[in-house]
Write a protein that binds this ligand. Structure first.
Ligand code: MOS
Length: 701
């Protein structure tokens, strides 16, 4: 098979339909739980019903007597784990209970129904200890974390905020709160664990196969081998299709360990466990609530002289997780005096985890609402106020930006959205409905976590492009082929992508909005290496492997995606109900590889942002330490009727410092600031300022 030397039509930047689309819409994409396995068993968990204490006594006799029950697994008979890589994964190793809902055992049976019924027959009694699951300010155990997530410093300080506040023409000092939110992908976590002991005499002949749904095998492959006392080569993780994630499938959770421990006891038999929707509110992470204070000072011309952002959030005592809530402030606006801080409050609650734009989502709600408030106080249009405070270099570390087109996003969005029709607050009414427009900026950083590798093989006249990666609905299956075809200079029809398996070259997970530019980078480098080595007429079996690459000086730049969100709302003067009638996002996100899948990501982010603005809130009952509205009856997410006219546009941009694709992250910036834009529109409609998410009708009456 030879390929033409003439450069084919570029695929990057062109619309391409999803290659996995037909499988998904015909219901034939092989999702993890549906994988056909021989002779499977079914797991149902035993979970703690107290928030803190010890399991005292377990009476499993009634469960064990039930026909079809194969195993009652508890800390008394569970296999040992090895390295405690993660406190939340280290389950069934003792009788301690750290939060309500924690796994304390499982029943495995021939059918899911028998397993579930048998689990209800297990009698447990507890040695209950006092717990504290109530997030409040001034908690005596409040602490300063060494670092917050993404390894960022907890505090930052430049100049003298207090002095600037004391002498400023305009000041703001307000508190904002955001609630606990639980991510609910359409496919709850599934797992099939198969422990193969029969492969040989050596302990290293043991193999573990996991059919899982995840954001890429990377973090599982870093954490599970030491936890289980296995070599990475002994574990095989298969996750070809993923029914959504939003962060919950980024890191391994304890249900995986539960299924693995059961599978080890039942060596050879596949153990299947699919979490129920209710169980998605217990052990698979959530976005923790926050309390925030923002202080701003500006001179008479609307130039910011000080920005201060303080965040306090609860964290599980068992496993600390502190969002980088007050860090976007370190990049967004110029001001000589600046301060940020993060504090944690340890509670006897379930561990939180990453949920779409963890930190940036939370913090930019407060900062972008505060910016709207101070613009009003200065008598300035909120777009003009932001443009006046646009920094020339990063305001904290003085690095130049790799690319920064926030102003272009604001200007283009203003034109496209009809910003000039915005009226003074509380003046546009039509019968029952008050109308308003609002804007907020968005940002998301480059995290630069670790190297990603890719392999290209020539086999049967086709190019196999292989790396771990994952497509969580983003379009990775589709766009990585586009990148590979252009980098190899071959027809896209000759490319076969291979992703979603642990035996492929190690790659970053689909997280931190890093997928496209890290995976794309390693594919491009491998393609160059492949062509250098084999030219355009490769022999059968040709193969290269390469790590991704960036310009050497990339750390000299402040690297972020930017965007602007515009919302139009109508608010009922009778019921307090908010309708988002129009929403527009304009993004400066580097090179857009595929307009179709990028657009879908952008409008998906805004949809999730509208959902957070209007509905999402998990109520934690401090008396018992659990989420009381843990299902779709009690935890509301946006329905079709909530999502009207949502559009995305983007600025033509190419950022080489994220990698050779020129792409930046797009998965998370599209939710950042969305609730602020909606809240600012509500203010414009009603004259009422909302500082606490979500914007439920009771807050508008
Ligand atoms: Mo995502 S919340 O970066 O896994």
């Amino acid at each position: 098979m030879t390929t033409s030397k003439a450069s084919p039509t570029p695929n990057i930047g062109r619309d391409r339909v999803r290659v996995d689309g037909p499988l998904k819409v015909t219901g034939t994409a092989p999702y993890a739980y549906e994988k056909a396995v021989e002779n499977p068993l079914y797991l149902y968990p035993l979970t703690a019903t107290i928030a803190r204490g010890k399991v005292n006594n377990i009476d499993a006799s009634a469960a064990e007597a039930l026909a079809g029950v194969q195993l009652v697994l508890t800390h008394q008979n569970a296999p040992r784990l090895y390295v405690k890589v993660d406190t939340a994964l280290y389950i069934l190793q003792n009788n301690e209970i750290h939060y309500r809902g924690q796994y304390i055992g499982a029943v495995v049976a021939d059918s899911p129904e028998v397993a579930r019924h048998a689990a209800s027959l297990v009698r447990l009694d507890y040695d209950e200890q006092p717990h504290d699951a109530e997030f409040r300010l001034g908690h005596p155990e409040t602490f300063t974390p060494k670092r917050v997530n993404a390894a960022k410093p907890a505090d930052s300080k430049k100049g003298d905020v207090e002095a600037a506040l004391a002498t400023a023409a305009h000041t703001l000092d307000q508190e904002y709160t955001t609630p606990n939110e639980h991510h609910n992908p359409i496919e709850p976590h599934p797992i099939i664990a198969i422990w193969h002991e029969d492969a040989g005499l050596l302990p290293t002949a043991t193999r573990l196969t996991l059919h899982d749904s995840n954001q890429g095998p990377a973090f599982n492959m870093l954490l599970l081998p030491p936890l289980l006392g296995l070599l990475p080569t002994q574990i095989e993780i298969l996750s070809p299709y993923v029914g959504g994630s939003f962060g919950t499938k980024g890191m391994p959770h304890s249900h995986m360990v539960l299924a693995i421990l059961a599978a080890k006891k039942l060596a050879g038999r596949p153990v299947k466990y699919a979490l129920t929707r209710q169980q998605m509110f217990k052990t698979t992470g959530f976005r923790p609530e926050s309390w925030q204070r923002v202080r701003l000072a500006a001179d008479s011309r609307g130039q910011l002289t000080a920005i201060a952002h303080d965040a306090v959030a609860p964290t599980a005592r068992l496993k600390h997780f502190i969002e980088q809530t007050a860090t976007p402030m370190r990049t967004m606006y110029a001001a000589p005096n600046r301060e940020s801080s993060h504090r944690g409050v340890p509670l006897d609650i379930a561990p939180a985890s990453f949920m779409r734009a963890p930190g940036e989502f939370t913090g930019m709600f407060a900062l972008e609402t505060a910016m709207d408030e101070l613009a009003e106080a200065c008598g300035l249009d909120p777009i003009e106020f932001r443009i006046r405070n646009e920094p020339v270099v990063d305001p904290e570390d003085d690095k130049p930006f790799s690319t920064r087109n926030l102003v272009a996003c604001l200007r283009e969005g203003a034109g496209a959205f009809g910003w000039d029709k915005r009226q003074a607050a509380g003046t546009r009414q039509d019968g029952e409905w008050r109308y308003g427009l609002g804007v907020a900026a968005a940002t998301y950083p480059d995290q630069h976590l670790f190297h990603t590798f890719a392999r290209i093989r020539f086999e049967g006249g086709r190019y196999k492009v292989e790396l771990q990666a994952a497509d969580i609905g983003t379009g990775a299956w589709t766009i990585l082929g586009q990148i590979a075809a252009d980098a190899l200079g071959v027809d896209i029809g000759l490319i076969d992508m291979e992703i979603g398996r642990s035996d492929l070259p190690f790659a970053m997970a689909a997280g931190g909005s890093m997928g496209t530019y890290t995976w794309g980078s390693s594919i491009m480098v491998a393609a160059v290496k492949f062509r250098d080595k084999y030219g355009t007429n490769p022999p059968e079996g040709a193969s290269v492997r390469a790590a991704g690459h960036r310009p050497k000086d990339f750390k000299k730049f402040s690297r972020h995606t930017f965007g602007a969100h515009f919302a139009e709302v109508k608010v009922s003067a009778v019921t307090g109900e908010v309708r988002v009638t129009r929403m527009l996002g304009v993004y400066a996100a580097g090179k857009i590889i595929n307009p179709r899948t990028a657009n879908s990501q952008f409008i998906g982010g805004m949809t999730m942002g509208i959902s957070a603005a209007l509905h999402e809130e998990s109520y934690l009952d401090p008396r018992f330490g659990h989420v009381v509205n843990g299902d779709f009856a009690g935890y509301h997410i946006a329905a079709h009727a909530d999502i009207a006219d949502v559009r995305a546009l983007w600025i033509d941009e190419f950022d080489p410092y994220f990698g050779p694709t020129g792409a930046k992250g797009i998965g998370e910036v599209s939710i950042v600031g969305v609730p602020a834009a909606i809240g600012n529109a509500i203010y414009n409609a009603t004259g009422k300022r909302l500082r606490d998410l979500p914007f439920t009708p009771d807050k508008l009456l």
